[in-house]
Ligand binder design. Sequence first.
Ligand code: SF4
Ligand code: SF4
Length: 541
Amino acid sequence: MAEENLKKPDEMFEVSLTPATGDWMNPAVEFRKGTYCYGAPLKHQKYLGLPNQREWQPADADWKLPPDWKETILEGMERLIKRHRSFRLFLDICVRCGACADKCHFFIGSGDPKNMPVLRAELLRSVYRRYFTPEGRIFGRFAGARDLTEDVLKEWFYYFYQCTECRRCSVYCPYGIDTCEITMMGRELLNLVGCNIQWVVEPASNCFRTGNHLGVPPHAFQETLGFALDELKDLTGIAIDAPINRKGAEILFVAPSADYFASPHWFTFLGYLMLFHEIGLDYTWSTYASEGGNFGLFHSMELAKRLNAKIYAEAKRLKVKWVLGGECGHMWRTLHQYMDTFNGPADFLEEPVSPATGTRFENARSTKMVHITEFTADLLYHNKLRLDRSRNDQWKITFHDSCNPARGMGLLEEPRYIIRQVCNHFYEMPENTIREKTFCCGSGAGLGADENIEMRLRGGLPRANAVKYVKERYGVNMLACICAIDKAALPPLLEYWVPGVGVCGVHELLGNALVMAGEQERTTNLRGEPLEAGDGENDVR
Ligand code: SF4
Ligand code: SF4
């Protein structure tokens, strides 16, 4: 969407909460530019062997659906209901109490009632009732049931691709209904009739082709690693080694591919390399498992499983003992909730033990995979690193809990512990916007496409609003996070709603503060910006 067509923040902020007239059961979706994602290109559908391949776009009047589309969806629904007990449970037990209604960032930012989690789920639940419950079959609309029509299918597409699968609503539901899972099932069903989006299918297809979402081939990965090492040599005066595809290393390190290609991710990447050198970690990168993220998760369980498989396959091939993973969001949801049953058990790996501190990561006993913030927090706790916090003094920092590490795996304290160790100025956003209650960036689950910018800005409004609060109250000028999608989505979001606040990774902050053995005097931070003289408080220790 051209920037000149984008509303100004004051106009975007004006959200009407007046309920729409008419019956919500009659779908009438307008695919307005800026509020939906483009369909997946045929070549990527072909590459992944997806069903009902064709060129199509959501705004087309004719979606060129296969003749048996309705039967396909209903059979698919029956299969999913039998396969996922949670799906059936979530469809059956909602009492429409409304506790979740105002908890979704898309509802807050758009005012569209169908972005209330309860109503989003009802879009699918109403069809479930019609075909799979006796009362729905007999009483139809009186029992909250409706026929599956092409307009209903279009409505599903519109609203299931306006849910970032963030799970915030589930925190507030007294029954624990996870609308994210209903969205996931809705997307699975849409995929059966060839309705999926470019921003999910293309990265997934790239991942199959080259090992990562960005489509970076092995030699380019090697080159980019070389650039990073050159940059670090200039900055620190230290020649750092970063092994690739090294058999027999103790640890396989897997990061989201954006870390080694995008900005500000790049500075987190530098931070990892510095840390691993400093503690003499026996590890390796992989060109095959060169992606921690998993866009398959936003498409279907099957695709998520296929993409996830390469991490264990590469760990086995390289004969490592365990796996360490970088700053990524949905990689950890996949790992924490599905990896064991997708592709485990990883009996050929060992229970992870930090070679630097001897800490046994019992929480990773079954997956054999440890999050980088768990690993680094443990190093700091055992005083294994020398730090100069004043090198981060130019920033007043707040922390955005990325939805998946926070709600998907309960990783709340470790990143905060690291930030407090490596920075002098850290401020929390309001309590109802952090930790389990964190607000999504508005661009997760494959919705970070440029063409979807209005919806992303609307969905990101509650997060930006909380950042604005700490900016105005404490002068916060930097937001740290541990997710590659956040690092891509939050800079334009904050530029729009809260100009003057940057975005960084936690390991960028660590890399700045890390005093490496034999380093030359540092005059700049990892971004090449001159270091400000610190206030002397909590400097080198
Ligand atoms: S909070 Fe739970 S039970 Fe209440 S309306 Fe939302 S999903 Fe239904
Ligand atoms: S999972 Fe997140 S985006 Fe989806 S309905 Fe719930 S709060 Fe909204």
